[in-house]
Structure formats: C-alpha cells, structure tokens
Design a protein around this ligand. Structure first.
Ligand SMILES: [Fe+2]
Length: 313
C-alpha cells in the first residue's frame, strides 16, 4: 500500500531531532548536511515506496563495500570523482586559473613514498619480460611555454595484467611507481612497461551496483600523474593510451580528449640504444603545462586518505 508521510509535521520534527538541531553541541555544518541528506533519503523512501527488504539489502551492501574498502572504487563509478573535477574546473575558470593540461581523477590506488629519481628512472622491476617496453617521456612547461626545471612528476600505473603494486601482493614494493624530478629543460624520462586496462573485481559489491545499472566496471589502459612545482598549480591527471576499446567507455569517467596519447612503436636499434634499451619499444610522450599561481593551497594536492601517505609525509 502506498502511503505518503514525508511532509507531515511529525516527520519534519523527527528529522530535526535526528539531525541534532535541538542540541547545543556538535558541528552546525554537519547538522545541516546530515539533515539535508536524510530529508532527501526519507523523501526517496516515500516516493519510491522502498520496502524494508530493499532498505536492509542496501545496508548489507554498504557493509560489504566498507569491509572491502570499496567506497573509493564505487565513488568514481557513480561519477563523484568526475563531478568534483567539474567543480574544480569551474572554480579555476572563476579564479582566472583555467588553461594548462586538464586535470582528471586520481582514483584510489596511489601509494605515497615511491622512490625519487633525478630526470630519468626505470619504473618496472624487470620481472615481467613478456610485457611491451614503454619509454615514457615529456616536458613540463608553464602556460607561456617556458620549461619548468625541478618539477616533481609522480607517476603510477598498472602492470600488463591490470594490477597495481601494493594492492596486488604478487608485485614488488613500488613496482611501476616513481617520482621523477625534471631536468634543467623540464624533461622527465622513464623506462617502464605498457600497462593494461582493468576492471572492478567480478562479483564485488561495486560490480553488483554497476550491474544493477546495466553498466560494466572496466577502465581503459592509463597512466596516473601528480605534477607539482613551486609557483605552479598542482595537477592531478592521467593519460589514456589510444586504441583501447574502453577509451570512451571508462566506468570511472576519466577520459578527456586532451589526455589521449598515441604510443609510437619503434623498432630501430639506434633509437633503442640512444635510450639505453635493448630492443623494440613503444614511446609515449606526454608534455604537461602547469598554470602559475602564488596561492600555496593550490600548489599541493588536496588531502584525502591515501595508502602510506601518513608514513611518508
Ligand atoms: Fe588506475
């Protein structure tokens, strides 16, 4: 039977009590946000006639998401990460800080404290000899085209099976994770392996939510970046390797036209030797443009829970 009780004074008074409006302590902002959130959910229960079975199944699902630390995986799937990016883009526009390489989502798989190298490094531990060798390079510049020497370029990506070190126990510590400080010309260079795309674990609570929406949980092959330098706006971004079937069908909504990079396969002994490589490789070039800012709060990444962040900082 359909009943509508949301707009009754009893329910409205009850909401005020639940949100702590009649209590002196606590946070005013928390009270207002929780009141709004609960009001929207109470109304939703009324409007959709949510049954007790549906409600408790959802609580069970949320417990499973928490147990598996999967909220950080579901959040991009539900578009929250991209929505926050859209808001930050709009804030940059309003501040006159638009321009430069676009941001895109961080994702939940960064690990703080990766080894730091000057100008050039190798990111893979050499244990995966079947993978395609990647030569990843680029120049960091400001929006006037001047090279930024000494910029911190943090890079992390999956292996050829789509797994990330630290979260995938089969990989060595910090495999495919490095921080490179750009040289005098603002350049960074890294030997690594071509990453694969990956999907949310089959049958996981995140997968079940996406399947209920008729969606998949796949991501195209990509490489994550944090780039920072004094006097410049911190940039969180990713590049997508062109040609992946999921390029424009990323469950996490991270793809941006400007961040699509075509790898160039090179099978030339002299070119390989010039980079200290032994055989054929794929060169991936990603140049980065940073906007300038004097505001210190814009020069570093925003706070969020990150693996080993406390230990490293
Ligand atoms: Fe990723």
């Amino acid at each position: 039977m359909t009943v509508k009780i949301f707009d009754t004074p009893q329910v409205q008074d009850f909401l005020n009590t639940v949100a702590g409006f009649d209590q002196a302590g606590g946070s005013e902002r928390a009270k207002r946000i929780v009141h709004r959130l609960l009001a929207d959910l109470y109304r939703l229960i009324d409007d959709f006639d949510v049954t007790p079975e549906e409600f408790w199944a959802t609580i069970g699902l949320m417990n499973e998401l928490g147990k598996g630390s999967q909220f950080g995986l579901l959040a991009p799937g539900l578009g929250f990460d991209h929505y926050l990016d859209m808001r930050m883009d709009a804030e940059d526009e309003a501040r006159g800080l638009a321009g430069g390489t676009p941001r895109t989502i961080e994702g939940p798989l960064y690990v703080a404290g990766a080894p730091v190298a000057e100008g050039i490094t190798r990111m893979d531990d050499g244990s995966d000899s079947d993978s395609e060798v990647m030569w990843l390079t680029g120049q960091v510049r400001d929006t006037d085209g001047r090279p930024v020497a000494g910029a911190r370029v943090e890079i992390w990506h999956a292996n050829a099976k789509g797994g990330y070190s630290h979260f995938d126990p089969s990989q060595s510590e910090y495999n495919l994770r490095r921080t490179i400080i750009t040289d005098a010309e603002g350049r960074y260079r890294a030997r690594s392996i071509i990453p694969s795309g990956y999907g949310v674990p089959e049958g996981s609570p995140t997968d079940r939510v996406l399947k209920a929406l008729g969606r998949h949980g796949q991501r195209p092959a990509h490489i994550h970046y944090f780039i920072s330098a004094p006097g410049h706006k911190h940039l969180t971004t990713q590049i997508n390797l062109a040609g992946d079937p999921y390029t424009w069908d990323d469950f996490a909504f991270a793809t941006r036209e400007e961040l699509l990079v075509e790898g160039r396969p090179i099978d030339d002994a002299a070119e390989a030797e010039a980079r200290g490589l032994e055989g054929p490789f794929t060169e991936v070039v990603f140049d980065i443009e940073l906007s300038r800012t004097e505001a210190p709060e814009l020069q570093s990444r925003h706070k969020r829970p990150r693996a080993l962040e406390q230990a490293a900082d």
